[in-house]
Design a protein around this ligand. Sequence first.
Ligand code: UGY
Ligand code: MN
Length: 263
Amino acid sequence: CGGDATRDYSAAMRPADDALAFDNLPGFTRSASHFDHAVISVESRVWAGQRGWKKATTAHIVSPARGANFAMYLADMGEESSAEPAAAAVERFALVLTGEVSVRHGKKNIKLGPNTYVYFPPNSTDVLSSEDGAGLLIYERLYSAGGKPVFSHGEVEESALLPTGPEVFKLRKLLPQTADYDFNVHIMDFQPGEYLWVKEVHYNQHGLLLLEGKGIYRLGDKWYPVQAGDAIWMAPYVPQWYAALGSRPTRYVIYKDTTLDPL
Ligand code: UGY
Ligand code: MN
């Protein structure tokens, strides 16, 4: 018998190791959107110019358009890029993911590289810029606490580890835990196999970016395999639980409107 040399069916016999190499399978995404949570994976990010951002694009992941009390977005700053201060009364937190940014704060010029953060209180006039480019995670919200939050910046690894009660994950909070602040930003580290002890249901909202590792996130009655780069929005009271899996630790960064009066 002859056979057809023009056809190659080897994709159907590919080794199991390649089975999940989806190669951007048309129409396939792990992103999901429900009334009380959303998962936004990397292939769903939509980049666009944004008012106040020069030579930069942003990809919004969470905003008041879906009922959140904050905005969470990624900023891709190009060479010679800059960001004007946030609108009046809006506070802004930035975590540097890649590259380097400069912050002009009064007479000081502060340089911030990967794994550092900066907080601008409402009505700040400080300008953020990048000479060679940078990737940032930004949280913003209309300030609502009636206190006096102040400009701050620092290195993630230098902020203190905090007690976590029955939980085994490692916890850092990047903003002061006082009533001057209406949100905080937590850095959470899990070893593979560690998981949340509390199957949390709480009034606070979350915006999460998985920075390293992989695992399973339970949101409501759904279970999501997640990996570094995935982002999650959690509405008030959505049941939430995470288990870190695989061979590497998980680190995620998470917004929490932690000191707000639930009333
Ligand atoms: O502080 C928190 O609410 C945090 N443990 N939630 C979470 O990781 N989903
Ligand atoms: Mn929580």
